[in-house]
Design a protein around this ligand. Structure first.
Ligand SMILES: [Zn+2]
Length: 245
């Protein structure tokens, strides 16, 4: 876990809890008073990148899945949940290894859903504008920037750069306009491909670059390095992924 599409699946699986009352809440979170949640109905569920937002009448819970967060619906892992919510129909939402916080209504209203690649409100024009404003940004860092591409994680980053034949160390300001457009468009397109493949349990077999040894286009070894300010693993081909600087 988790990239944006995984959270999107969580939101779909938990959709039936919307409108239901929380009948029991517990967990090893120290950041919120779980007793306060009992008796409140879930008004809506939202996702933004790796954040799940649970909107209740009295408050908004922000669950941030960080790097290793996981969840279970109607079942439990064999370790204590950070937060466990039991719903009126007997179902459960359990989250692990994540950060749970209550956020202010104003903070909730400030979420920019137009930056979320999975959102109906996704705005590619705005993403291109943000990229043009930061020409020095490296392509590998740009895709992981959650203010530009909320929901994109390391797998999507590697696959998108391979798809559009762009070297991870390219400066976004040096990309020709069609490449910049392709970067933005494929960040969303690949996320939906990821979603479809993940639902069919065939995600890994579709990886062309991420965690792969050989470039399928050139039949030469991929390079592997922790690149950019984000220092996340990049898999790339020096022959078919052009470096723009
Ligand atoms: Zn290649």
């Amino acid at each position: 876990m988790p990239e944006g599409p995984s959270l999107y699946i969580l939101k779909e699986q938990a959709a039936r809890f919307v409108g239901q009352e929380i009948v029991h809440a517990e967990g090893n979170t120290w950041a919120i008073d779980t007793a306060r949640l009992v008796g409140q109905p879930i008004v809506a569920l939202h996702t933004w990148g790796k954040h799940l937002l649970i909107e209740l009448p009295g408050l908004v819970l922000r669950i941030h899945f960080l790097l290793f967060g996981t969840y279970r619906i109607d079942e439990r892992r064999d370790k204590p949940a950070r937060l466990s919510l039991r719903m009126a129909d007997g179902g459960e939402l359990n989250v692990y290894a994540c950060s749970v916080r209550e956020i202010e209504r104003t903070a909730f209203e400030a979420y920019d859903f137009s930056a979320d690649v999975m959102s109906d409100q996704w705005d590619p024009k705005k993403a291109r504008k943000k990229l043009r404003a930061r020409p020095e940004l490296l392509a590998c860092d740009a895709l992981l920037d959650q203010d530009i591409f909320s929901g994109v994680g390391n797998i999507i980053k590697n696959e998108v750069l391979f798809r559009i034949r762009v070297h991870p160390l390219s400066n976004v300001g040096a990309l020709p306009a069609p490449k910049l457009r392709a970067l933005v468009d494929e960040a969303r397109q690949y996320s939906f491909d990821f979603l479809a493949w993940k639902k069919q349990f065939v995600l890994k077999q579709h990886w062309l670059a991420h965690a792969q040894k050989t470039c399928p286009r050139c039949d030469i070894p991929f390079l592997k390095a922790n690149l950019g300010r984000t220092k996340r693993r990049s898999f790339y081909c020096e022959r078919c992924q052009k470096r723009y600087n």
